[in-house]
Design a protein around this ligand. Structure first.
Ligand SMILES: Cc1cc2nc3c(=O)[nH]c(=O)nc-3n(C[C@H](O)[C@H](O)[C@H](O)COP(=O)(O)O)c2cc1C
Length: 197
């Protein structure tokens, strides 16, 4: 079936875009406001975009607090979401002026290299310095109210439990949660190795 994008709603009850680009890793972003208040929120328009240097990006629909904080202070921290943190992660998505660490019953630890909180107990966290904050543009070149933040990783915290004997990060044990479409999430699936080619 061929569907021009403007007709998508005629064929699906809900827009399937996020169900098709799935699963998406969840960037659980901690940041600090200009007023010193801690902030925490999940972003699934999120991914790693470079390995050398290590860089991450996320996109916010509108100028949400995390983007404002990134713009104001030039720093954020990415925290991995393990299955055991699913509910606090969900609670931290509340649109509120309250500190989401408190709202979600999470302990905030201080980052080392940047002036920013991180989530205690996350399998790993990455301290990032913001390199770009920019609005997306549509195909006609019109600037949108969708903001992409890019950051360079300057330090990593890893819970020792998730480092294997042969010094790998144990992704399977970390049981990372990812986002699909609708209200769907995915917990870590079946792990297997594949040689390239
Ligand atoms: C799993 C999950 C993923 C989300 N991904 C995004 C996203 O990619 N972009 C976005 O703008 N909002 C996303 N949201 C909604 C934000 O987390 C929510 O609007 C939050 O209140 C923003 O917080 P902030 O204003 O403190 O940044 C997501 C929510 C959940 C639960």
């Amino acid at each position: 079936m061929y569907i021009p994008i403007e007709q998508i709603k005629q064929h699906f009850h809900y827009d399937p875009f996020k169900a098709m680009v799935a699963p998406r890793p969840i960037g659980w972003m901690s940041s600090r406001g200009a007023d010193g208040r801690n902030n925490l929120a999940p972003y699934s328009f999120f991914n790693a975009v470079s390995n050398a240097p290590h860089m991450l990006m996320f996109v916010s629909a509108g100028l949400k607090d995390t983007v404002t904080n990134c713009r104001d202070r030039g720093e954020f921290c990415f925290n991995l979401v393990s299955h055991s943190m699913l509910h606090p992660m969900s609670r931290s998505s509340a649109m509120t002026d309250q500190d989401e660490f408190e709202l979600a019953g999470l302990e905030a630890l201080e980052c080392e290299h940047i002036d920013c909180p991180r989530v205690a107990g996350a399998p790993a966290s990455m301290e990032c310095v913001v390199t770009q904050v920019m609005p997306l543009k549509d195909k006609d070149g019109t600037e949108l109210d969708n903001w992409m933040v890019l950051g360079q990783v300057v330090a990593v915290h890893v819970e020792p439990d998730y480092i294997t004997q042969d010094q790998r990060f144990d992704t399977e044990k970390a049981a990372l949660v990812s986002r699909c479409g609708y209200k769907d999430y995915m917990a870590s699936g079946r792990f297997f190795e594949l040689e390239r080619g």
